[in-house]
Structure formats: structure tokens, C-alpha cells
Design a protein around this ligand. Structure first.
Ligand code: GSH
Length: 301
């Protein structure tokens, strides 16, 4: 198998999710550090405009979004599994709750504390990214409600861990642990005080930290571009679930929440849980770009 390359930066919570997933798989991987804000000139040829962090590259295949990164890692490195017996649907559903509910609360709690210290360029970038003004004053005013929401959801984790299991669904880490750990990792550094009342969550987060990140080695962004250019994308099993534009047609794919920049290409496969498009870019040749289905909008044209 070609090297697993993760395009990421150290402080990104979703990158920590992917790094932890790589840690559970005890994977060797290449680490390309990308800018925290736009522009990201060495990433764009690979992603056709998708700007979120992280992105996983394997040869000329690009995997956008950690939902799909986790799924693809499971396919390529089945053991140890992210899905202890019978937990697949539950673990992925927990991931979606974490993504669509808990993440915004965790970010709010963190920025209520640190928002003032963030450089103006970062604030401007994230305002554009989210489509909302980045206003530390307003976030600080909302802090009591955000804290109440965050604590209530931490309490669910605390209760879930009270049965004596080492991890959320079993005695081994699952995709549910992967989907939730970075929500604690991100908040624990600026707000360690919040965790005093959650000893089981704290001990679980320590266990998740101990899982580590596998074995990363640095790679220059230009080398990752050269690898894509020299590689042929993996063959795609063409599937069409009957719900969208025809295979072979031109489409755009865009995230439905933040970072909605549309990515254009030819539709190669449309399954219940994955969209695959083909793109051609002079810098990298032919790319197969993979997106999860949930959270993305697919449009003809
Ligand atoms: N659903 C995405 C969320 C990724 C995401 O929102 N990442 C943040 C960083 S943690 C991001 O892209 N921020 C803007 C940027 O890095 O340019 C995933 O699971 O990968």
C-alpha cells in the first residue's frame, strides 16, 4: 500500500481525531503540516478547493472528512477494529452527534476563554469559513449556557463509563471513542478546571492520550504533490444508489455546514455512505476524491 499521508496541523481538533485513529491502528504515516488559515496553495491541487482539516492522501486518492478517513482506515487496516462486535452503527451515530452538536459547544467553551488572544487574521478566516462573524465578546456572553451544555454532555460520558468499561463501548477503543476524545482534548488544555467533576472522563481521556498517534514521519508538502502525480488512483467500484446525478456526469460536492467551497468533478460512484469523484489538475494529474454522504451536498453540473 502507498503511504498514508495526513495533511493537518497540530492544534486542529479534527486532526487530533484522525491522529488518534491512526494511533489505534498503530499505523506508520507521513505528516504534512498545512497552514491554519487560507491560503493553502499546496493542498488545493489535491482537494480541488476543499479546505478543511484534516485530509488523508493515499497515492492519488484523497479522503475528505474524518468520517471517511476513519472508515477508510478500517478498510485498509482491519485490526484492531474501530468497531467491537456489533457496535458499528452505534459508533458512527455517536460520531455524528459529536460532530453536529458537541463540537460547536466545545469550540464555544474554548473560544470563550481564548478568543481574545486569537490573531485578527485567524478571526477573519474563520468568519469566512463559518459564514458567521467571529465575535469573542458574544461568545463570552454565551459562556454560562455553553458551559452548562458542555457539562451536561460530559455527564453522559461519565455515566456511560460508570459501568467499569475502559472505553465507551467496550474494553478497547472504538470509533465512538475516536469521535469524542478530541472534544475533550481541545477543551482540557485551556479549561482543566472543568474536568474535576468528571473523574471517569478524565481517566478515559488519559487512556485515549496514551493510545498515541502511531508512527508519523514528516513529509514536505511538495513531495506529497509529487506522490499524487506519480500515482494512479485506486480502481473505483462504481455504485449508484439511485438518489442523485448519473455516473459519468459533472457534479459539484460541498460541505453543508462550514467551509462550503464546491469541488467539481466527474461522478464515479454514489453509495449510501460515500461519494467518489474524479478530478484532473495539472499539478497532480488524475485524482479520485472521496467524501462521506452525510454532511455533503451533491449537485449536478
Ligand atoms: N467534518 C469535518 C470537520 C473538519 C473541520 O471542521 N476542521 C476544522 C479544524 S478542526 C477546519 O477545517 N477548520 C478550518 C481550517 O482548518 O482551515 C471532519 O470530520 O473532518
Amino acid at each position: 500500500m502507498a503511504d498514508i499521508i495526513l495533511h493537518h496541523y497540530p492544534l486542529s481538533p479534527y486532526a487530533e481525531k484522525a491522529r488518534t485513529a491512526l494511533g489505534i491502528k498503530r499505523a506508520a504515516w507521513r505528516s504534512v503540516i498545512i497552514p491554519v488559515i487560507m491560503p493553502k496553495p499546496d493542498l488545493m491541487p489535491l482537494t480541488g478547493g476543499y479546505r478543511k482539516t484534516p485530509v488523508m492522501q493515499i497515492g492519488a486518492d484523497i479522503y475528505c472528512d474524518t468520517q471517511l478517513i476513519v472508515r477508510e482506515l478500517e478498510r485498509r487496516i482491519p485490526s484492531p477494529s474501530f468497531y467491537p462486535a456489533g457496535t458499528r452503527g452505534l459508533a458512527d451515530g455517536i460520531g455524528w452527534w459529536a460532530e453536529r452538536s458537541l463540537f460547536n459547544v466545545a469550540v464555544g467553551v474554548t473560544f470563550a476563554k481564548t478568543g481574545d488572544q486569537l490573531p485578527q487574521a485567524f478571526r477573519d478566516d474563520r468568519a469566512k469559513f463559518s459564514g458567521r462573524t467571529f465575535d469573542p465578546e458574544r461568545t463570552r456572553a454565551a459562556e454560562p449556557r455553553l458551559l452548562a451544555d458542555y457539562r451536561a454532555q460530559l455527564q453522559w460520558l461519565e455515566e456511560n463509563l460508570s459501568g467499569g468499561r475502559a472505553f465507551l463501548l467496550a474494553d478497547q477503543p472504538s470509533a465512538a471513542d475516536v469521535a469524542l476524545y478530541h472534544m475533550v482534548w481541545f477543551v482540557r488544555r485551556p479549561r482543566p478546571d472543568l474536568f474535576a467533576k468528571f473523574p471517569l472522563v478524565s481517566a478515559w481521556a488519559d487512556r485515549m492520550k496514551a493510545v498515541g498517534h502511531g508512527a508519523p514521519t514528516e513529509m514536505d508538502a511538495k513531495d506529497a504533490l509529487a506522490i499524487a502525480k506519480a500515482a494512479t488512483p485506486s480502481p473505483v467500484k462504481a455504485v449508484h444508489d439511485g438518489s442523485g446525478p448519473a455516473l459519468g456526469s459533472q457534479v459539484t460536492v460541498a460541505a453543508d455546514d462550514s467551509g462550503r467551497d464546491p469541488i467539481s468533478g466527474e461522478l464515479l460512484s454514489l453509495a449510501a455512505d460515500e461519494i467518489v469523484i474524479r478530478r484532473d489538475d495539472p499539478a497532480v494529474g488524475t485524482i479520485h476524491q472521496h467524501f462521506p454522504r452525510v454532511g455533503f451536498v451533491l449537485t449536478a453540473g
